[in-house]
Design a protein around this ligand. Sequence first.
Ligand code: ADP
Length: 159
Amino acid sequence: MKTAIYPGSFDPVTNGHLDVLRRSLKIFDKVIIAVGENPSKKYLFNAEDRKKMIREATKGLNVEVDHFSGLLIDFAKKKKADAIIRGLRAVSDFDYEFQTALMNRKLDSSVETIFIMTRGMYCYLSSSVVKEVAQFGGDLTELVPDNVHAELKKKFKKD
Ligand code: ADP
């Protein structure tokens, strides 16, 4: 059984993330979504909420949702993952992803990083853009799953 780790902030999960996930599941038997908890990053949703939204949006898929802090490669080893999945949207993603993939390979060459190209319709979609649009009450249909849309509405009503 081949397992991949798909790490990210997922703050919150978008249809772009879910598209990469579904396509990864055509290659791997199981995908572990690893929600990052980086103390130096400011998130809109805490890790528990981010995980809950992902679980709801991935019902029926062979997906495990977990969180990690520290080195991704250590988490990948602990989970016995064969590969790390990352999505690529634009050339601007490339530099950082290239560096990170090379560093991860230096730390453990047995875990391969695999890049999945975005679908055209999602190439401008990011969690940051979604949060910005949500803040001003813009239309998020087709950009995030319904449960995430509902959580965003709640978040920005309260604040
Ligand atoms: P991070 O802070 O680790 O970049 P994100 O949640 O922003 O976390 O992204 C996680 C992964 O999903 C990254 O590899 C990113 O490139 C990818 N990703 C995010 N949005 C899209 C999208 N619209 N299409 C393809 N990949 C995406």
